[in-house]
Design a protein around this ligand. Structure first.
Ligand code: GLV
Length: 316
């Protein structure tokens, strides 16, 4: 049987993935697709596994023997929004400790930079301005982490390790050592009101789309900051811009956007209180991700249970 690698990435990237996948799964045969319209479909009936990275819509249509889909992305909302995606076939998302570590590092960098006013110092440097900034201790800074999946837990643990006062919120109950846990829609207001810095690592689902809007941003403390490392669609951009312009929100560090790349005329690019990152908080690392793929492919071939399966109803 055959594994289809379906991505939107460049030919060079595809070649890199193919090389690593082939090395990790030497007995498997791989085919690729970039462009659904022009691809060779003569081997479609042989494909029984698809490995996908944000694939073009309809990339998995007409694969009559498909038995398993492995995403190379942690977030699968765009895959699930493709109405041609076969509904009965098990779908696994990427869960890779290397990505959790990367996310924890990015969150720590953003929190440290906000806490120690790095962004203000960088702006001062441009004006050759020498002005001291306040120096609270980490244990005086309240950080709220939204999202308690693998990444949320890694982020919260890293922040606790670095001395911050950490609370975490998710729709469903969970606990974690050293972290004040809250769950359910009714608890969100309290969590946002108590935080100096809010870090969003929620999955994007029907329940979380637009969660950071005029009302919830107003719940955030005056002078607090938002770090969005999850998905652009968690945030209502116009509401965030209003909250920044009124100085209610001090700063936003944004890695993700409604449209990516962020359009060149978007106000976030030049807003003095916004830091734009090009969706780099936790990129899939091909070296470790192929091992995750290989484990699931081997499990499928030997009839063992698959890991990290997506609950399509929940959306992650
Ligand atoms: C990146 O954003 C991912 O979902 O893997």
């Amino acid at each position: 049987m055959t594994i289809l690698l379906a991505t939107r990435s460049s030919a060079d990237d595809q070649a890199l993935w193919l090389g690593l996948l082939q090395a990790a799964l030497p007995n498997e045969r791989f085919v690729t697709t970039g462009d659904v319209a022009t691809r060779d479909t003569s081997t479609d009936h042989l494909v029984d596994i698809a490995v996908v990275a944000n694939p073009p819509a309809a990339a998995l249509q007409n694969l009559p023997n498909l038995r398993f889909i492995q995403s190379l992305w942690a977030g699968v909302e765009s895959l699930l929004s493709d109405t041609t995606l076969p509904t009965e076939i098990p779908l696994a998302r990427m869960v890779d400790p290397a990505m959790n570590t990367a996310m924890a590092e990015t969150a720590l960098w953003a929190v440290l930079s906000l806490h120690r006013q790095y962004f203000e110092c960088a702006a001062q440097q441009l004006q050759r301005r020498w002005q001291s900034v306040p120096q609270p201790r980490a244990d005086e800074v309240n950080v709220a982490v939204l999202g308690r999946g693998q990444m949320g837990c890694a982020v919260a643990a890293r922040l606790v390790q670095n001395g911050y006062r950490v609370s975490a919120w998710s729709l469903h109950a969970a606990t974690q050592e050293g972290v004040q846990s809250h769950h359910g829609a009714a608890a969100l207001q309290h969590v946002l009101q108590s935080a100096d810095i809010v870090v969003n690592v929620l999955p994007l689902t029907v329940a979380t789309r637009g969660l950071l809007n005029a009302q919830t941003l107003a719940w955030m403390r005056a002078g607090s900051s938002l770090v969005n490392l999850a998905r652009g669609a968690h945030v209502v951009d116009a509401d965030l811009l209003n909250a920044l312009n009124s100085q209610h929100i001090r700063r936003a560090v944004l890695d993700v956007f409604h449209t990516e790349p962020l359009p060149s005329d978007h106000p976030f690019w030049t807003h003095p209180q916004v830091t734009v990152l090009p969706h780099v908080a936790a990129q899939t690392d091909p070296r470790s991700a192929v091992q995750v793929v290989a484990r699931n492919v081997s499990a499928l071939r030997s009839g063992n249970s698959l890991s990290n399966l997506v609950n399509r109803q929940a959306g992650y």
